[in-house]
Design a protein around this ligand. Structure first.
Ligand SMILES: [Zn+2]
Length: 220
């Protein structure tokens, strides 16, 4: 491989000399990498360009390791056939853990929410990952989420409580309300309390948060 300067220049080269028709600034392969990176959440055009240049400047082995890691997760990782969490087996470690409370299921939108809840060490039950939240505007209706699977689990497995831990957003609340309607005749349904951030002042809380904190107050 030629000196870094040369190949990097080559990679970045627009149409060499002459200043680029079609407004093309990068070579097609760099442009493709940038385009792929902008698909990632939170990555805009500028960040994608920075990442692309970073990848180009690192040794080839590093870039290939990244590519291999991407291929490997897509080959190996799948959704748990019970809860929908990510796993490399048929059934995830949480569902298989007999020390956990199998009568309680906590419903979340995404696998990443399981990670957040596990980090609290406060919850010892099972999970159910919906794969999103109901949103008629975006065309997400109940059949697009793992709701039937949840109903089956509740009926089949002696579940006594379902904790609704969808996000406190418009779609998350709508999803929780929908699930509560379907579940409350069969099982105890609870919702995560939402309230004031720890370390925050009442003065700075918005009225929705403060209102929720008030309605979710508890004995002490
Ligand atoms: Zn599972």
């Amino acid at each position: 491989m030629p000196g870094t300067g040369t190949w990097l220049e080559g990679a970045l080269a627009g149409t060499t000399g002459g200043g680029g028709h079609n407004g093309r600034v990068f070579s097609p392969s760099v442009e493709n990498l940038v385009a792929q990176l902008t698909r990632l959440p939170g990555v805009g055009q500028r960040t994608a360009q920075r990442l692309a240049f970073h990848i180009l400047q690192r040794p080839e082995g590093e870039a290939l390791a990244l590519a291999a890691a991407l291929t490997e997760v897509k080959e190996r990782v799948r959704f748990c056939n019970e809860c929908g969490n990510l796993t490399e087996e048929e059934t995830c470690a949480i569902c298989l853990d007999t020390r956990r409370d199998h009568t309680t299921i906590c419903v979340v939108e995404q696998p990443v929410d399981v990670v957040s809840l596990e980090r609290t060490h406060e919850y010892r039950g099972l999970y159910h990952v919906l794969g999103g939240a109901l949103s008629p505007i975006d065309g997400v209706d109940p059949s697009d989420l793992r709701i039937d699977e949840l109903m089956h689990r509740v009926e089949r497995n002696g579940v006594t409580e379902v904790v609704l831990a969808t996000n406190p957003t418009m779609t998350g609340e709508a999803t929780a309300a929908y699930l509560a309607d379907r579940l409350r005749t069969r099982v105890r349904v609870t919702r995560l309390a939402s309230g004031l951030p720890v370390g925050g002042d009442l003065e700075y809380a918005d009225e929705v948060t403060l209102g929720r904190a008030l309605s979710g107050r508890r004995e002490m």
